[in-house]
Design a protein. Structure first.
Length: 398
């Protein structure tokens, strides 16, 4: 199994570290934190000095550590740390927006990664804190409502709303990406199931048709012509072995987990003569006509061309009520291979019923996946025709 690529560096940093870093950035500028009203005594802030800041930092780091496990408590601790660090209880002092940088970061992380209930609770807590804080400040004005000015706490509220919206946008983008990935995975599984179903049908249906005809012939002549019955049983054995080999090739291909080449070659147009011989032995003579240079083909083109012929010959064998058919493989046009299978039989429904079931539908899917053209239908003078044109990708060698 191939190793998964490492995520980008920014994604390898845990959310707790981002919140802690945001607190450190805010705490590194006490003049900004205190809104320009800080008073220093020997390098320490008047609210309590370095020891007070270290205590607030410990509370903030505790909140950062809980951002994923207990998101609401994390936001509460960060609010307490920012409120006390900026002397939020002092009269006429609003909490500056920069002081809540860690709160914004935590709110964005929670909204982007945690359940919606936690996100709403965290945002409500921040909004309630700011509203109460504005109400406790003497002479404070709420600029976004009065139109007079935008106070510090007002700006903090706007930044908190912005952080919540950014987190919500990131969350929606991640959910959309997950939905697209799940849908792509489901489509890939469905396509693989259809491919396996087509392979199973094309591998088994032809052999079952031959086995049924040969078994019926053996049953009718087992008493009068035992040598003919033995010959029919031999054809049944050969067809069964060929089908088992085909199933083994399919299972080997499905088990290839490293993308390497399987230890057995897939079927292709090189097996066409053997297919014609087995069908002829079952009672329908197959005339193979090859036109143009019959060189190697890409594996998927080679296998699909063979499966189209195999399924069509099987339909002739089962439904056409005819003694022969013609298979043509045309390589005269550069960049494509064309196959055509025709018969002059009528069978049940004059051949019109041969489009029912899974066989021709599977062939249409095969050709569509290879961007080719497929037609199947009765001929004007009686009989049935199946034709497909498969383009060969430019620069792809067999």
């Amino acid at each position: 199994m191939l190793p998964s690529p490492a995520p980008p560096l920014l994604r390898r940093i845990p959310p707790e570290a981002w919140v802690g870093l945001a607190w450190c950035v805010a705490a590194a500028y006490p003049a900004v934190l205190l809104g320009g009203s800080a008073r220093y005594h020997g390098g320490a802030a008047a609210h309590g000095g370095l020891a007070f800041t270290l205590a607030d930092t410990a509370v903030a780091f505790t909140g950062a550590a809980l951002v994923r496990r207990l998101p609401v408590l994390s936001v509460a601790l960060l609010l307490v740390a920012a409120y006390t660090e900026t002397d939020g209880w002092a009269a006429n002092t609003q909490v500056p927006p920069a002081a809540l940088l860690a709160v914004y970061t935590a709110l964005g992380v929670i909204t982007a990664t945690r359940p919606r209930r936690s996100s709403r609770a965290a945002f409500a807590l921040v909004a309630a804190f700011l509203v109460l804080h504005i109400g406790l400040v003497n002479g404070a004005t709420v600029g976004i409502f009065t139109g007079t000015h935008l106070g510090s706490a007002d700006g903090a509220a706007l930044l908190a709303l912005l952080a919540w919206l950014v987190g919500r946008s990131l969350r929606q983008g991640r959910e959309h990406a997950r939905a697209l990935s799940a849908r792509a995975a489901a489509e890939a599984v469905t396509a693989e199931r259809l491919r396996i179903a087509r392979e199973m049908h094309d591998t088994v249906a032809h052999t079952i048709g031959i086995v049924a005809l040969q078994a019926g012939a053996a049953r009718r002549v087992i008493d009068s012509r035992p040598e003919r019955a033995r010959q029919a049983l031999g054809e049944i054995e050969a067809a069964g072995r060929e089908t088992l080999a085909g199933l083994r090739r399919m299972l080997v291909a499905l088990r290839q987990a490293d993308g390497g080449a399987p230890d057995v070659l897939p079927q292709g147009l090189a097996d066409l003569d053997r297919l014609a011989g087995a069908t002829t032995a079952a009672g329908v003579r197959v005339e193979v006509r090859r036109r143009g240079e019959q060189g190697p083909l890409p594996p998927e083109i080679d296998l699909s061309a063979y499966r189209i012929i195999q399924e069509s010959v099987t339909n002739v064998l089962r439904h056409a009520d005819v003694r022969d058919c013609v298979v043509s493989v045309d390589r005269r046009t550069a960049g494509e291979v064309s196959v055509e299978i025709t018969d002059r039989g009528r069978g049940r429904g004059g051949g019109a019923d041969r489009g029912a079931g899974f066989g021709l539908a599977g062939l249409r899917e095969r050709v569509a996946l290879l961007h080719g053209e497929f037609t199947a239908g009765p001929l004007p003078g009686g009989g049935f025709r199946v034709a497909a044109r498969l383009p060969i990708p430019v620069g792809v060698d067999g």
